[in-house]
Ligand binder design. Sequence first.
Ligand code: ATP
Ligand code: MG
Length: 505
Amino acid sequence: MENERNSILATAVEQAAESVMITDKSGIIQYANPAFEKISGFTRDEIIGKKPSILKSGRQSAAFYKTMWETISRGEVWKGLLVNRRKDGALYEVEISISPIRDESGAITNYVSVKRDVTEERRLEQQLVRAQKMEAIGTLASGIAHDFNNIVTAILGFTDLVIDDIPEGTKTRRRLGYVREAGLRARDLIKQILSFSRQNDTGRKPVKLAPIVKETLKLIKASIPATIEIRQSISSDGRSVLADPVQIQQILMNLCTNAAHAMREHGGVLEVSLTALEFESASYFPQPGMAPGPYFRMTVADTGCGMDSSMLERIFDPFFTTKKPEEGTGLGLAVVQRIVKSYGGAITVTSEPGKGSSFEVFLPCITAGEKGGETVAPSVEKGSGTILFVDDDPSIIRLGRDLLRQLGYRVVTSRGAREALNTFEKNPHRFSLLLTDYIMPHMTGTELAREAHKIRPDIPIAMITGLTQIPTKGEMKSAGVLEVALKPLTMEELAEIIKRAMSRT
Ligand SMILES: Nc1ncnc2c1ncn2[C@@H]1O[C@H](COP(=O)(O)OP(=O)(O)OP(=O)(O)O)[C@@H](O)[C@H]1O
Ligand SMILES: [Mg+2]
């Protein structure tokens, strides 16, 4: 009977999923079960007769172990979390309880420790925390975005206007140019932050990568020191990618800025290449979850300081940065990865300390049959006709009126949708275009569009919207809105959407 019970106990311990280890009173290991072998990587032969300190990772202090020993030698159970080292050197985290075993007289003869590997659990927990952090940032960002965008709209818009009034070559004009540049940077920054909260695909259209890459490289050239040589090899087979050109620019800018920073001390070579390639269904994918088919590969390689493997693990984490606060936020690569993933693409990196780094971005092409678009170079052409401009914010109304006049249009402004409808109803054929804000009190831009179309079905309608609340394609289509532009607008963009909307009817 006693024997049978003992053998059941022994089998149970042998087969338990938890790692079980028994030591004598002085801590010498006398027994370990197979789960222990599996978790620690040591065989029983290797550890029996040794001390548990063979598993020490160095992550806990001497004081930590001292309290542990004091607790168990007092005859109490010790419970806690600790990090151990496997035989192969890898660290793992365990939840552990150590209990004293006593003989009939009550004296401690042995200790038994039961451990559970919680490494994976911890990893998932951290991932969750990170996801929640990102969500919080997203919410915060969209909260301030609306107001901030209106402010930048006014700064950029009025600067555009004033610049045109000042003769070229003057100091003032040059200085205003700097104001405009700073305004554009502010706009890019807010777009960058908002890429986190924005999940929809507004702004995506078929684009050819080669021209965007070339354009962006021109901008980059202007901003990096001469000690860095740029080599480019851009080839494309005419296929397109379904993407937002601004985001493509963002990807390239972020990667090149990082590369330039890595080479700022000793100079070097920045190599940017674009090639088309095909992933067969059976081929090796750079990242799991990618669909087979045609892709573009964009490579940004530098000969800078490089990174070691522990750094490579963290570079895509939001806010991971090795730069000074004024030099970087640590969002660059997080944004890049987010964009690339949302396109069904992948990003990989190889790097060696002291030798340099190479980032490869894979973006899926649109397959045959789908029409490719082109990127249009901005050029401001004067227009004609009368535009009904609607917004609820007086400073935007003033700006809109001035910008539109500058572009050659006659302008009637309305504050809010109701006022606009009244004006429109009185003489609907007087207007060549209705240009309205999206979010307004009482009535949204799309609702206004519907009402206006009841009065005059063929009136072209374009809309301007903040980055935070963007109408869906379905909503726009059903309301008959032809074009949507995101705030803050520049004069070129405004000219562009008006022209497109007017030509589409
Ligand atoms: N090409 C590179 N060579 C060496 N280190 C790099 C390279 N690219 C990125 N890193 C490292 O990865 C970190 C994170 O890059 P990331 O672009 O996400 O943020 P950042 O450049 O520090 O800040 P931000 O892009 O927001 O201005 C950098 O601080 C840098 O240490
Ligand atoms: Mg960066």
